[in-house]
Design a protein around this ligand. Sequence first.
Ligand code: PAF
Length: 283
Amino acid sequence: MHIVHTIAELRQQLSGFKRPAFVPTMGNLHEGHIALVRQARPLGDVTVSSIFVNRLQFAPHEDFDSYPRTLDADAQRLEAAGCDVVFAPREKDLYPEPQTFKVHPATDLSDILEGHFRPGFFIGVSTVVMKLFSCVFAGMPGGVAAFGKKDYQQVMVVRRMVQQFALPIEILAGETQRAEDGLALSSRNSYLTPEQRLEAVHLSQALRALGETARAVSGLPDLAALEAQAMQALARRGWKPDYLTVRRRADLMPPQGALADVPLVVLGAAKLGNTRLIDNLEI
Ligand code: PAF
């Protein structure tokens, strides 16, 4: 496995290949990332993963500086998973000058939920993903890029970006990997104290309960009331919920009318201490 830092080195490593399988990450890898590498690998002729903590997607008060950087351990895990090339640019490699050209995703999708609570987040994500795509796929007839469904809205934003820019890239959405107790694997779980780690599973449990309650209503459910109750229940356990909500899978808008036969996803974000966790369940 080759570890490269510059775009030129990356392109040199990829020359001669036709269909990269790409897994972009911010490092501090867990089994969720590794599962994506394993799923993407057979779909390309070379497997690439990037490790880059992208300043553009962090607000000034967020955890950009403290975000765990564990390149050596990450590289070992990637090599064991069969990755061929790790692209670990330094900031000066990816952003040699301030990135003034940015990708602004459609606001109907990117200003809600995560985008509402993290303004500018999806501009930062779309911009870096577009740039990473151009580093990995430029000159290639096509390829595949894998993203985890834990970041459900992110997958939808990236899919729409690829579609609207007619990029020859297939997007693979990998299922969320969970710990035994049901907690969605996330790099940010490492911020949790042992006590918080035990409590953390209640986010996915609250989402499941909300989904089951909503599905059980015959006729028109009062979703706003059910969502408020779910948030209050979590708040009583000491969480600070941003949202727990039932949305249509197609566009992440609130469902209108009866829920029967509508593919839905329950999404949530809440802070436990200083750690903000997100999760979702398709119901
Ligand atoms: O999901 C992530 O880790 C990041 O948002 C991504 C896609 C690597 C872009 O920085």
